[in-house]
Design a protein around this ligand. Structure first.
Ligand code: C2E
Ligand code: MG
Ligand code: MG
Length: 721
């Protein structure tokens, strides 16, 4: 028999639930045979026996039996249509039992109703038939013990009791035997029940074990599969990781290499001059210190040669900056080939070079300097040009002239300046007499270090007046240093030192800020302030930022700030300087070309410079009075052509003023109008400068400046603080 209602739903149902369903299944499985046997046996019995009172009652009984079997068959049919696996076992058993017990009841009615009218043989046959039916049911109905026992009892006991009630001895014997048989059947039903239920339970438990084992096997398989996949993923990720590590290692190695190259390049940049490849200042100073240490130990001398090219400015101006750069490179080459190994060479500034070398004595140092001067004077092939370079060389010796590297360089510098003073293209050894100059310089340098912190610096303001109206147009901010011991020190003396020592940067920023702050406080918000900017500041690359900081801090409008620069700004570094001033002009700041006409002026490239105003130098103004105004006129017509304005500096006399005004100079600056005045006096100056009530115009040909203003200029010469 195939067990249904099995635990296919898994292990969710208990064993007992499954066993109950199995019992119901067993009952129904045998039910068909039981119904058939019942129908067959009851029909045979009803048709073969003949009761004394006629067959009518028997037929009714048979009909009742058939109806019961029909109902049971219907139940059987419904059984086959039930859900196969999940059904209510106990309910099914009860339904089956009701059907079976209805059959049993009909069977039980048979001896009660018909035995008294039957012949003995028929009665005995009926008892045997009922016993046989009961015996069959003892095992078939064993899954439900109560049903099996009740069925046997219903089939046997009424027949047996009917037989015992008979007076015939054989009947009584059969009745007794039947009762005994009933007991045997009850016992065997019980045994069959226990055996079948035990087998079912065992089967179910076994099935559970198998299911459990199967589930575990599947779980193990799944786990194994997962493990395999994980292992594979692990292997793959390991592989990937390894590849990544290899790649990263290669990348890192590459990065390290690039970094090293960068570091090397940076170190090279930091230590060398990019144009010539020679040492820069810092490196040279360090190496010189080492050279001196060795010399001190070996008791030898070190010569420091300070070279300055005399005609470099002209080369730059005439042949262009490209050629200028090539000349500087060529000079570096010449120096390199003419000094002994172990010597140190540096480019110190624009056209300044330094050489440091061990020498036997000062004659050897002088010879070397002479040789270098001669070698440089040889014609140089630079591109398609042939260039001759002249150099002035100052020489200082360690330990004779100085022992510290800074002092030694300064001594060579002093010697070089002295040589220049005497005439260019010379070699000059440091003269101890020059030492006092040096000491002076050194003292100023030391003093300058604390000047800002000790508030020894201040600004004086010199008016720049309009030639047309005679009214103040702007003030030039001029730096003043009140030295605690020396009194006022001229900016001409300390600014070059500040530039050489790098202090100019800090000072220049202070000047910018102070000038803007002062200007922002002036009562007339149309008056501009002009500030002198040194080359060194431009080369630091922070000028734009510093100007912006000063404007932001003071609140001064950019159009009120003007910057004075000199042509030397563009010497050799036009490429770097020009965009800075273009950017400042774009912000509304005007650029003035200061000291125009001194030394290097080249009218030829004036048009290329980013300037708005030319300031004709004082020397020109003075010379013009003596030599005529042709040059000034040339400058003026060029300025007009280039759309630039012209201010004349150092105007001291009325004649100068009038002549310059007639020629078209737009503004004046000079002692005629005012010396530089302390900041505190600017306000009073501006008050006095306020426009006078209109007066009738002067006769034709007279100056454009109102009489009022002119008398004011002449009367007013505030003394500089
Ligand atoms: P500069 O910029 O050409 O300034 C004009 C100089 O000529 C000032 O000298 C001024 O006092 C002087 N001066 C003005 N009018 C006359 C005159 O009629 N006759 C004579 N004999 N001199 C006159 P100062 O103040 O001694 O300045 C000298 C130079 O120092 C300035 O020349 C400028 O190049 C530099 N300087 C001054 N202040 C600063 C500054 O803040 N930064 C920088 N980098 N340089 C400055
Ligand atoms: Mg100036
Ligand atoms: Mg000037």
């Amino acid at each position: 028999m195939k067990l249904e209602g099995r635990c296919a739903a898994g292990l969710s149902d208990s064993v007992e639930t499954c066993v109950t369903r199995d019992r119901a299944t067993m009952l129904y499985a045998h039910g068909r045979a039981g119904i058939l046997a019942t129908m067959l046996v009851s029909a045979l019995l009803a048709l073969t026996v003949a009761p004394a009172g006629g067959r009518r009652g028997l037929m009714l009984w048979l009909a009742a039996m058939m109806v019961v079997q029909a109902v049971r068959s219907l139940d059987l049919l419904l059984w086959y249509r039930r859900p196969r696996h999940v059904f209510n076992g106990p309910q099914r058993i009860v339904r089956f039992a009701v059907g079976a017990m209805a059959s049993a009841a009909v069977w039980a009615a048979f001896p009660v109703l018909f035995f008294h009218g039957l012949p003995q043989a028929a009665r005995m046959a009926a008892v045997v038939t009922l016993g046989a039916m009961a015996s069959g049911s003892a095992t078939v109905l064993a899954p439900c013990l109560t049903l099996a026992i009740s069925y046997c009892v219903f089939l046997i006991v009424p027949a047996a009791l009917s037989m015992l009630a008979s007076t015939v001895q054989e009947d009584m014997l059969l009745g007794t035997l039947s009762l005994l048989y009933c007991v045997v059947l009850v016992v065997s039903s019980r045994i069959a029940h226990q055996a079948s239920v035990g087998a079912l339970r065992l089967g179910r438990e076994n099935e559970r074990l198998v299911l459990h084992a199967d589930r575990q096997r599947r779980q193990t398989e799944a786990a194994n599969e997962e493990l395999g996949t994980a292992k594979q993923a692990l292997a793959e990720s390991n592989q990937m990781l390894e590849t990544r590590v290899q790649e990263r290692t290669a990348e890192l190695a590459n990065e390290v290499l690039v970094r090293e190259q960068y570091a090397e390049a940076l170190a090279r940049l930091a230590s060398t001059d990019p144009l010539t490849g020679l040492c820069n200042r810092t490196t040279f100073t360090e190496r010189l210190a080492r050279l001196l240490a060795v010399a001190e130990h070996a008791k030898v001398q070190v010569a420091v040669l300070f070279l300055d090219l005399d005609n470099f400015k002209q080369i730059n101006d005439v042949r262009g900056h490209g050629t200028g750069d090539q000349v500087l490179q060529a000079v570096a080459g010449v120096l390199g080939t003419h000094v002994t190994t172990g010597a140190e060479i540096a480019r110190w500034g624009g056209d300044e070079f330094l050489v440091a070398v061990h020498v036997v004595d000062c004659e050897a140092a002088a010879d070397l300097a002479q040789n270098l001067r001669d070698a440089l004077a040889e014609p140089m092939e630079v591109g398609v040009d042939t260039v001759r370079v002249e150099a002035t060389i100052g020489v200082a010796l360690f330990p004779k002239d100085a022992t510290a590297q800074d002092e030694l360089i300064r001594a060579a510098d002093v010697a070089m300046y002295e040589a220049k003073r005497e005439g260019k293209g010379r070699v000059k050894l440091f003269d101890p007499v020059l030492a006092s100059d040096m000491a002076e310089r050194f003292a100023l340098e030391q003093g300058l270090r604390h000047a800002l912190a000790r508030q020894e610096l201040s600004l004086a303001f010199q008016p720049i007046v309009s030639a047309r109206t005679g009214r103040t147009y702007a003030f030039e901010a001029l730096l003043r240093w009140r030295h605690p011991d020396r009194g006022m020190v001229s900016p001409m003396d300390f600014i070059p030192i500040a530039e050489q020592t790098g202090q100019i940067y800090e000072i220049s920023r202070w000047v910018l800020k102070e000038a803007c702050t002062q200007a922002a406080g002036w009562p007339d918000a149309t008056i501009a302030v002009t500030v002198n900017i040194s080359v060194a500041h431009v080369l630091t690359g922070t000028l734009i930022a510093d100007v912006e900081t000063a404007l932001a801090a003071s609140g001064l409008a950019p159009y009120r700030l003007q910057l004075e620069i000199t042509e030397s700004m563009f010497l050799g570094d036009h490429v770097r300087a020009a965009p800075v001033f273009e950017a400042l002009r774009a912000r509304g700041i005007r650029i003035l070309l200061d000291d125009f006409g001194t030394g290097y002026s080249s009218l030829a490239y004036l048009g290329r410079l980013p300037v708005d105003v030319i300031k004709i130098d004082r020397s020109f103004v003075v010379n013009a009075e003596r030599d005529g105004y042709a040059t000034i006129e040339a400058i003026l017509s060029l300025a007009r052509a280039l759309g630039m304005e012209v201010t004349a500096e150092g105007v001291e006399t009325n004649v100068q003023r009038d002549t310059l005004r007639k020629r078209g100079v737009q503004r004046f600056q000079g002692y005629l109008f005012s010396r530089p005045i302390p900041a505190a006096e600017v306000e009073a100056w501006l008050r006095r400068d306020e426009p006078a009530p209109a007066k009738p115009a002067q006769a034709a040909g007279h100056s454009l400046v109102p009489i009022e203003a002119r008398t004011r200029f002449e009367a007013r010469t505030p003394v500089e603080a």
